[in-house]
Design a protein around this ligand. Sequence first.
Ligand SMILES: NC(=O)c1ccc[n+]([C@@H]2O[C@H](COP(=O)([O-])OP(=O)(O)OC[C@H]3O[C@@H](n4cnc5c(N)ncnc54)[C@H](OP(=O)(O)O)[C@@H]3O)[C@@H](O)[C@H]2O)c1
Length: 270
Amino acid sequence: MDLDSTATLNSGNKMPLLGLGTWRLNDRTADTIEAALKMGYRMIDTSGDYGTQPGIGQGLKQSGVRRDSYYLVTKVEEDDDAYGATKENLHQLDLGYTDLMLIHRPPREGVGEVLWQGLQKARDEGLTKDIGVSNYSVDQLKELADKSGETPAVNQIEWSPFGYSQQMLDYCKQNEIIIQAYSPLTRGERLDDETLGDIAQKHEMAPPLVILRWCLQIGVVPLVKANQPDHMRQNLRVFEFELDDDDMKRLNGLNEEFSSLSSKPMYLKA
Ligand SMILES: NC(=O)c1ccc[n+]([C@@H]2O[C@H](COP(=O)([O-])OP(=O)(O)OC[C@H]3O[C@@H](n4cnc5c(N)ncnc54)[C@H](OP(=O)(O)O)[C@@H]3O)[C@@H](O)[C@H]2O)c1
């Protein structure tokens, strides 16, 4: 596994294995994105409601990296007209297409069939290569697939060794849904965990690297936010070491359905 490695979606399209998150990215978004691309990041995750899309679009241009060499993920909100919101996102990003467009959260009623149809239309018109969801439970994934006749390519959910779901992992593997792990570093809240520290010391790596590596080895794609260039650079070292079976067992044992956003991850509440 290295920076050029990819995961294959149910459409056959490929996705990089590590993404840069941009929620609350600093106000120098364009420069940060340019620096990230130059360091080797190939996937950027954003959303219309992060306020970062114009800066990201600018940074992508500044980087000089070809459009087909980076992967852009963005989202529509549950109350949006999904097709119109896709166009608006593209306008803000100043791009012709996104690689992946997600429903940010399941709506209060139903599982978003109308939103899904809007995304299908956007995909049919070439505005996005793939479509998926975020914060969906296993039951919501099943219901959307049943009602629409199509399995989402991705479920983007909160995921760390302290908060994950084996049932979700198994379901997504069986149904060829890629899990993108958001807030994998628990927004810094659990980085001082003793077990994590032990394993990090053993590999002479910082604790965040152990979490990112754990994500990769269980087959999920981490999206990590980092403002600081040192953090950004350090996180790329995830490809330089490997966790052994004992490390994985210890990390798997840390699960307590922890969430840094709420009382538990949203997909476990539904
Ligand atoms: N779909 C959804 O509903 C949803 C919800 C939440 C998040 N997301 C996405 O997932 C992305 C990541 O999640 P997140 O931003 O919530 O949290 P996160 O990635 O778990 O944590 C970000 C924090 O970790 C710090 N950090 C990064 N690398 C580090 C390192 N090597 N050593 C020490 N600290 C490090 C960052 O510091 P600095 O910034 O100071 O470098 C920042 O304070 C978001 O930005 C967003 O794109 C999606």
